[in-house]
Design a protein around this ligand. Structure first.
Ligand code: COA
Length: 150
């Protein structure tokens, strides 16, 4: 598997990106403002993430996703670690990530990759999404913010 930047004229893997965020409008905005990276194996795109500059010296990891048939094989971790390395190479001092209060696996993954919880954006998913979201039997209401110094 290789992880590489999406080429300029290459179509972004929208189905994969929508696994991480159900809002096409938000995903398209991230694609315009950020840099998209893809994981490719035997000619197939199997993973994706976007690095989104947010403030001076700070970048956010958004829209990380792995195709469902490949979950649980360590690819998500490889993508997160690759995003951290890319952010370092680009000279950022801080990398942030946000996930839902109900996203137990994602919270595990980010903390295993060195992120620490910095805050809670209460009712973020109620304010920004029309449909109610449930995961692991919990309603997704709040965004848990995590960060790591580079
Ligand atoms: N409970 C406990 N631990 C979990 C877990 C869960 N539900 N899900 C993952 N983990 C842990 C794994 O045990 C692993 O730790 P280890 O390396 O010590 O064994 C670590 O997290 C990484 O797992 P990995 O196999 O690399 O993750 P993955 O390839 O399945 O990818 C996602 C993780 C989140 C990218 C993938 O599930 C996905 O694409 N989900 C849909 C999109 C999404 O939700 N994106 C994030 C938006 S915030």
């Amino acid at each position: 598997m290789i992880i590489r930047k999406l080429n300029i004229n290459e179509e972004a893997p929208m189905n994969l990106l929508l696994l991480a965020d159900p809002s096409r409008i938000i995903v398209e905005e991230y694609l315009q403002r950020g840099e998209c990276f893809v994981a490719e194996s035997e000619g197939q795109i199997i993973g994706v993430y976007i690095l989104l500059p947010t403030r001076p010296e700070t970048v956010e990891l958004v829209n990380i996703a792995v195709i469902e048939t490949q979950h649980g094989k360590g690819l998500g971790k490889q993508l997160v670690m690759n995003a951290i390395e890319e952010a370092k190479l680009k000279g950022y001092r801080t990398i942030e990530v946000g996930t839902g209060n109900s996203s137990i696996g994602q919270l595990t993954l980010y903390q295993k990759c060195g992120f620490r919880i910095t805050g809670v954006d209460k009712d973020f998913f109620i304010r920004h999404y029309q449909e109610k979201i449930f995961e692991n039997g919990i309603q997704c209401r709040d965004m848990i913010r995590l960060s790591q110094d580079l």
